[in-house]
Ligand binder design. Structure first.
Ligand code: GLY
Length: 367
């Protein structure tokens, strides 16, 4: 694969994903899209602003008439409509019009929020994703999901709205702390498990290079993850079928995340949810015991949790029922037919989930 992928939407080329190791090509990529002499707003958060806003500003230099920066306070708790309104005000005060451009510089929260502003400001302006975390590079920046949380429900309000470009500078991953990096890895594992057994094997073979952030291996991992995501969203852009498979590990994962008041990172909860889903797949005779334990143990070198404390099982199971992915009271659970092949199943019982939770709940013993 070369350093560029094109993502189709409605069977037509829609946007490119560019894989790089710096910001030097960003200016030309934007100019090639025809944004010369347009206003540009870098939408970022207060953490990423300190790290990369100046670098991006310098990369754009004098070729743009107006480049302004807006930083959302960092953290999922700010992913709400009040903050969106502040961004609208910022753009209105600076007279941004429908032909101007937004750049989403940051992780998944920034990408989802900037994308939502782009989808709705003046009924739609162009935006470019510049993801800086492993989770946003391998998952959230591709596929056009945008939105904010509302009433304690993640991504309750949003829109499918495609970026004009996804510009990945994978060297930004070097500034991620180990916990954030590991959290992104849980989503990478997901791709191997649901779609690509040979990628899963490659991840096992390169586990130590990945955890040491070997630049070539990381670039390959990000590109391959994006290619899998590309194929999924091209086939099912609005999550009516195959895209649901990307929710592997998310039914119980989201419920644990919410039950823990978002104190654990998303990928940490997805790791736990993936173990639970693999456990159910094993108990249904779809995976062997060895495969189940191999999947579980893959999270260990990344210090991702394989068990969790202080969980009220009944409360977690109740949350799965109120999850917005539950459809007419039936939970659409993602199971593995085998490694590399997932399917949607709406027959997973509360009892099966209960047993899977027993498997991941840490109980202190005296021996
Ligand atoms: N993160 C899952 C999706 O984009 O559908």
């Amino acid at each position: 694969m070369d350093n560029r992928l094109t993502v189709n939407y409605n069977n037509k080329p829609c946007y490119d994903i560019v894989f790089t190791t710096d910001f030097s090509a960003l200016k030309d990529e934007i100019l090639n899209l025809g944004f010369e002499h347009r206003k540009t707003a870098i939408i970022t958060d207060t953490n990423v602003e300190k790290l990369y806003a100046n670098e991006v500003l310098n990369a754009l230099n004098d070729d743009f008439d107006t480049v302004v920066t807006y930083a959302i306070p960092a953290g999922e708790e700010h992913k709400n409509l009040d903050e969106i309104r502040k961004i609208y005000d910022f753009l209105m005060e600076r007279h941004f019009d429908r032909h101007d451009l937004l750049l989403a510089l940051g992780g998944g929260v920034v990408g989802d929020m900037c994308g939502f502003v782009a989808a709705t400001y003046l009924r739609g302006v162009s935006f470019i994703q510049i993801p800086t975390t492993l989770l946003s590079q391998t998952d959230s920046s591709v596929g056009g999901k945008t939105g904010v949380d509302l009433g304690g429900v993640k991504n309750m309000v949003g829109a499918f709205y495609m970026p004009r470009l996804v510009y990945m500078n994978v060297s930004t991953l070097n500034s991620l702390d180990d916990r954030q990096y590991a959290s992104g890895f849980a989503e990478v594992m997901k791709y191997g498990l649901i779609k690509d057994e040979s990628f899963y094997t490659w991840l096992i073979d390169n586990m130590y290079e990945i955890s040491d952030k070997d630049p070539e291996v990381v670039l390959e991992m990000v590109k391959h993850s994006c290619d899998i995501k590309r194929a999924v969203v091209e086939k099912d852009p609005t999550e009516k079928g195959d895209r649901m498979l990307l929710n592997f590990g998310h039914t119980l994962g989201h419920a644990i995340e919410k039950h823990k008041n978002f104190e654990m990172l998303h990928g940490e909860c997805v790791a736990l949810g993936s173990i639970a889903a693999a456990f159910i797949s094993w108990k249904r005779g779809l995976l062997s015991m060895e495969e189940y334990y191999e999947i579980r143990d893959m999270f260990v070198p990344f210090n991702l949790p394989i068990s969790v404390e202080d969980i009220d099982k009944e409360a977690v199971l109740d949350i799965t029922r109120s999850d917005k992915k539950a459809d007419s009271d039936k939970i659409k659970f993602i199971l593995l037919k085998k490694i590399g092949k997932a399917f949607v199943d709406d027959s997973v019982t509360r009892q099966e989930m209960d047993k899977a939770l027993d498997e991941i709940i840490y109980i202190e013993t005296n021996d």
